[in-house]
Design a protein around this ligand. Structure first.
Ligand code: C5P
Length: 238
């Protein structure tokens, strides 16, 4: 049997307002290399020949092209336009993915994952409909309603902490299933791809073949300036 084509959808169309400053965080330097380039590097080293679709807000495409030239990054990639939310950005990219592919969707601002994790996830995806890295939650979580910076109990209990997991990317899927799931109308709680696919599976009454497997503590989503300091420190240990 022919190996299935492997695709990476790198979502990087967020504005990054939580980082402060004008430049979206995926374009900042980490250890002297652009964060988004680092994220793509991990995949192209882990899966030689992987096809890359980079999703960017149209107004940042020129800047990305300049960065690629500056850093002599000539790996082939196609581009898709970012949308209003992450859901819409992924939806735009999926038009370029063939149904028979295995596709990984990754947040451009998670550059610290290992090549081993990527290889392991692609291997597992051969026999599942989806593979999602996650970690047990270490914080205690509370559902609150905030007013003027002060929170009060929101009246909703969460499951016990022992049942809660923080979900990461990359999330890998059978492309045909993923594309079918992304025909659902947008909902605000679609903040990752697994939530879209699971809603679709549930609505269609399909068998549940999405697997959650161990992610990596280092695979943080660089969201605030503190995260960048932490990421620099992690890099120094390598
Ligand atoms: O902030 P959020 O968790 O949604 O960001 C996760 C990833 O989704 C980031 O890499 C960000 O660039 C991307 N994103 C996007 N299009 C949007 C919003 C976020 O590609 N409209």
């Amino acid at each position: 049997m022919m190996a299935r084509p492997r695709y990476l959808v790198m979502v990087a169309a967020g504005s990054g307002h939580r980082m402060g400053g004008g430049l979206p965080k995926q374009f900042l330097l980490l250890g002297g290399r652009v964060i988004l380039l680092r994220s793509i590097d991990v995949f192209r080293r882990a899966v030689p020949g992987i096809k890359v679709v980079t999703v960017l807000a149209p107004e940042w495409k020129e800047h990305w092209r300049d960065l690629c030239m500056q850093h002599r990054f000539f790996y082939p990639q196609s581009m898709a336009d970012g949308g209003l939310t992450r859901f819409h950005s992924v939806q735009n990219a999926l038009a370029q993915i063939p149904d028979e592919a295995l596709v990984a969707i990754h947040d451009g601002v998670r550059p610290l994952l290992s090549e081993e994790l990527v290889r392991d996830l692609f291997q597992r995806a051969e026999t599942a409909d989806g593979v999602i890295p996650c970690l047990p939650v270490v914080d205690t979580l509370r559902c609150l309603q905030m007013a003027d910076g002060v929170g009060r109990f929101g009246g909703k209990d969460l499951p016990a902490r022992s049942e809660l997991y923080a979900v990461q990317t990359p999330q890998l899927f059978d492309a045909a299933l993923l594309k079918a799931a992304y025909t659902l109308p947008f909902e605000p709680d679609f903040t990752d791809d697994a939530s879209v696919v699971e809603r679709y599976i549930w609505q269609q009454g399909l068998p549940q073949k999405i697997e959650y497997v161990p992610g990596e503590r280092h695979n943080i989503k660089l969201t605030t300036p503190e995260d960048l300091l932490l990421a620099e420190a992690i890099l120094k240990t390598r």
